[in-house]
Ligand binder design. Structure first.
Ligand code: NAD
Length: 250
């Protein structure tokens, strides 16, 4: 299948490592020019350098998606380097787990701000460029946890919020030929989850509940994101793609 991403410009937030890095690479392999961006400047630089080493066209930009000024700078850097932006993958996010009575206000704010406000600020900044060219793809990374996980009130709320955010934007932006879709990954083996306390126990539990019988890999999400970002997916908007190995509610 021709994905039609040759020379398209893609911003993937939080793409210094993990799912974001794999998504950036999948888009690059389809011919897209990539803006690798991460809150961690070294990670953004390293992620960009890894793509360039393999012959792909990429720039690295440090940006905290919760800060409007950083996001403005990110968009300006992308347009200055490549002339436009066609694809935005709102991937930056993390969990900071605690039962509700132990969850600090700071942990609530950090997770909700990064996931939800980050997606809001980046989408708001990119939509004028996409609307002007009458072509755009926004792919938002939610989680199976949007259904609720104990100890993840902040994360589950933010990831459920992404579904409503995406649905509203899909209705708003269709006339500009901008599609907005959501991926809800299951348990994907990345540094972000390998560092969780009790990782092995969580992993064994997840595999036992996953019909496909393994954890996901970053490339499992990256290929779904590349499809939703593509020309080929132009009539899909407002959709939620569950990439969970068949695991759903529990
Ligand atoms: P990761 O921790 O490996 O990578 C996330 C990247 O985001 C890091 O490089 C980090 O520096 C960056 N980041 C964090 N805060 C940021 C900010 N404010 N601005 C810009 N960048 C920021 O995580 P991952 O496992 O690759 O997860 C990526 C996305 O997928 C997240 O939104 C996560 O919630 C979601 N997800 C992951 C899993 C999983 O099992 N790994 C499952 C479902 C959903």
């Amino acid at each position: 299948m021709q994905l039609g991403l040759q020379d398209k410009v893609a911003i993937v937030t939080g793409s210094g490592r993990g799912i974001g890095a794999a998504t950036a690479r999948a888009l690059a392999a389809e011919g897209a020019r990539i803006v690798v961006t991460d809150i961690d400047a070294d990670t953004a630089t390293a992620g960009c350098a890894a793509l360039q080493r393999d012959g792909f066209s990429a720039i690295g930009v440090a940006a905290d998606v919760t800060k409007a000024a950083d996001v403005e700078h990110l968009m300006q850097a992308a347009v200055a380097a490549f002339g436009s932006v066609h694809v935005l993958v709102n991937n930056a996010g993390f969990a900071r787990d605690a039962r509700i009575t132990r969850m600090s206000e700071a942990d609530w704010d950090a997770v909700v701000d990064t996931v939800l406000k980050g997606a809001f600020l980046c989408s708001k900044a990119v939509v004028p460029v996409m609307a002007a060219q009458h072509w755009g793809r926004i792919v938002n990374i939610s989680s199976r946890a949007h259904l609720g996980n104990p100890g993840q009130a902040n994360y589950s709320a933010a990831k459920a919020g992404i579904l409503g955010f995406s649905a509203a934007l899909a209705l708003e932006l269709g006339r500009d030929q901008i599609t907005v879709n959501t991926i809800a990954p299951g348990f994907i083996e990345t540094d972000g989850v390998r560092n969780l306390p009790h990782y092995q126990k969580i992993k064994d539990n997840a595999i036992a509940r996953t019909p496909i019988g393994r954890l996901g890999a970053p490339c499992d999400i990256a290929s779904a994101a590349a499809f939703l970002a593509s020309e080929a997916a132009g009539y899909i908007t407002g959709a939620v793609l569950h990439v969970t190995g068949g695991r759903y509610a529990t």
